[in-house]
Design a protein around this ligand. Structure first.
Ligand SMILES: [Zn+2]
Length: 117
């Protein structure tokens, strides 16, 4: 079942057993770990680094940026953690994916076309 909220827990070491619905945050190791919010049981590791994820703690809730896209898991779930709430990304339909690809190709053609004159 798709989860709506996460609790967070500051730890030194990420525990061996990751419980559902808890975002474990290790400040010394600059990493966070949780079980996929869709309930599939896959474990998601998010390094906290300038080029990876940014984690904001306001004293009560946590926000992670950018979104978490589990494309490598069979569930392919995609969501944001914002103020400890899970915001699910809308699934793209096949036609939207196709449109996105055409648009992307048009942008590339326009870009590379400039250099062919
Ligand atoms: Zn999942």
């Amino acid at each position: 079942m798709k989860r709506k909220v996460f609790k967070h827990k500051f730890v030194e070491f990420i525990p061996e057993v990751i419980k559902e619905g808890i975002l474990y945050i290790s400040v010394p190791y600059a990493t966070a770990t949780h079980k996929c919010a869709c309930g599939c049981g896959e474990i998601v590791v998010t390094p906290i680094k300038p080029a990876d994820w940014k984690l904001t703690w306001d004293g009560e809730t946590v926000t992670m940026y950018p979104s978490i896209g589990n494309w490598n898991f069979p569930c392919k779930s995609h969501y944001w953690i914002e103020e400890s709430k899970i915001i699910w990304a809308r699934e793209w339909s096949d036609s939207e994916i196709k449109k996105g690809r055409i648009k992307d190709r048009a942008i590339k053609n326009r870009y590379y076309g400039k250099f062919q004159k």
